[in-house]
Write a new protein. Structure first.
Length: 138
């Protein structure tokens, strides 16, 4: 069995963003030479997320609005975590959107359903963060 590991680094200039990282994960899969197996993609920071969904601008806008309703950033004083910080909402948004995605590899390709793509969700940007890509298989 083969095992492959790579870190993808992001420094998002805004507080929040959704970035399609499917091309980077596909490049990792090609590097790994795995034809049948699994890909794990996970955010290595507690205020960021990895998730699978459609790459559609309206949906991303709706996510932004929905997440802000569930865990509003302001007022920052509403959160006990925000003593000296202002990112409690980012922790909650990450919890909702999830830490990781696992995708099957079939015949050397990501085995997606229709419209599926892998996204990095940033909820407290403006600093360097990483995503782990771990691939195992044959």
């Amino acid at each position: 069995m083969r095992s492959y590991r790579k870190e993808l680094w992001f420094n998002v200039p805004t507080r929040r963003a959704f970035i399609n990282i499917t091309p980077q994960v596909e490049a990792c899969l090609q590097e790994s030479k795995v034809k049948e197996g699994l890909v794990l993609v996970n955010a290595m920071h507690i205020t960021a997320s990895v998730f699978i969904n459609d790459d559609e601008h309206g949906l991303h806008h709706d996510y932004e609005h929905w997440l802000e309703q569930l865990a509003p950033h302001a007022p920052v004083s509403q959160y006990q975590h925000n003593v000296g910080e202002d990112n409690a909402d980012a922790h909650m948004k990450r919890q909702i959107m999830g830490r990781e995605a696992v995708v099957a590899v079939t015949e050397g390709k990501l085995d997606f359903g229709t419209w599926e793509q892998i996204f990095y969700g940033e909820f407290d940007g403006r600093r360097k963060k990483r995503v782990l890509v771990k691939i195992i298989g044959e």
